[in-house]
Design a protein around this ligand. Structure first.
Ligand code: GUN
Length: 286
């Protein structure tokens, strides 16, 4: 039997309307709308599309959106000065530094991310937030793994007691995903490029999360019948063609639930950015 396809649009709309209700409540209490600043350095075309989408979504939601567009040749100190200015700006409650940075700044990436005030860190990349997540404290959670969890919760997919396997150990997806699943009482295995018998481990998963960055990496033989397959991959295979990490056409015949790419969890990432911005504003204003 073919899997139920988890289309992101439905869940993203629901999560955005929840955030919108909180924005209205916050504005009734304080008279203030949340403010999000997105810093983009240079002219990476994909990043420009992402930043425009974030700006548009903010406008739809009633979030004040500020784009700080800096030149490709921006220096280290100039970028730090911009971050610090936003840290001190009372109208800005969330700050996101769009990645990737231009080549010349990449070696300072962590330094920049760690300059963002942890309370305004809507990406959840600051070590204070990563640390809090790992010990189960309230914090800013990275948007993509949070979106995956919210989608499963809204789809009534049970997590507690399930075997979850994550392929990929990045700080942005794999590790926070492991912590979020652990906090919901799943038994979690994280696989990566050095894992022996990866296919065998993946095939034992009730919940399989693919965050590898390789098209068609997860094939049907790596998936247990009826498993929940969450595809976090965004692979550009042609100028206008994006595909995930999962061999969708074959895996969907075996899985119980599957997320498509495009149209799957990617749409929830932006909804979670809105959610995090509202939560950051509430923390700072209430
Ligand atoms: N570039 C692509 N995805 C992301 C993201 O989630 N956060 C940031 N800061 N940059 C990105």
């Amino acid at each position: 039997m073919s899997a139920t396809i988890l289309w992101g649009k439905l869940y993203a709309e629901k999560l955005k309307s929840e955030a919108r209700a909180k924005i209205i409540e916050l504005s009734e209490k304080t008279g203030i709308a949340p403010g999000l600043a997105v810093i983009i350095v240079g002219g990476n075309p994909a990043s420009q599309v992402y930043v425009r989408n974030k700006h548009k979504t903010c406008e739809e939601m009633g979030i004040n959106s500020q784009i700080v567009a800096l030149a490709e040749n921006t220096g280290r100190q100039e970028l730090i000065d911009n971050i610090e200015k936003l840290n001190n700006d009372k109208g800005i409650h969330g700050i996101l530094l769009q990645l990737p940075l231009p080549k010349g700044l990449q070696k300072y990436e962590n330094e920049f991310l760690y300059k963002i005030s942890p309370v305004k860190d809507v990406d959840g990349f600051h070590p204070i937030n990563a640390g809090r997540l790992s010990i189960g404290e309230k914090c800013m959670v990275p948007c993509t793994p949070l979106g995956c969890i919210k989608m499963m919760e809204l789809a009534d997919i049970p997590i507690e007691g399930k075997k979850a396997v994550i392929i990929g150990r990045s700080n942005i997806v794999g590790k926070p995903m492991a912590n979020l699943l652990l906090a919901r009482n799943a038994t979690v295995t994280v696989c990566h490029s050095h894992t022996a018998d990866l296919a065998k481990i993946a095939a034992e998963a009730d919940i399989l999360v693919a965050a590898v960055g390789r098209p068609n990496f997860v094939t049907a033989d790596m998936v247990k019948s009826g498993a929940v397959v969450i595809d976090v991959g965004i692979n550009r295979i042609a100028p206008k063609k994006i595909t995930g990490d999962v061999d969708f056409d074959n895996v969907k015949e075996k899985a119980g639930f599957i997320t498509p790419v495009p149209g799957g969890v990617g749409l929830l990432t932006i909804a979670m950015l809105m959610h995090n911005t509202v939560e950051a504003a509430k923390m700072q204003l209430l």
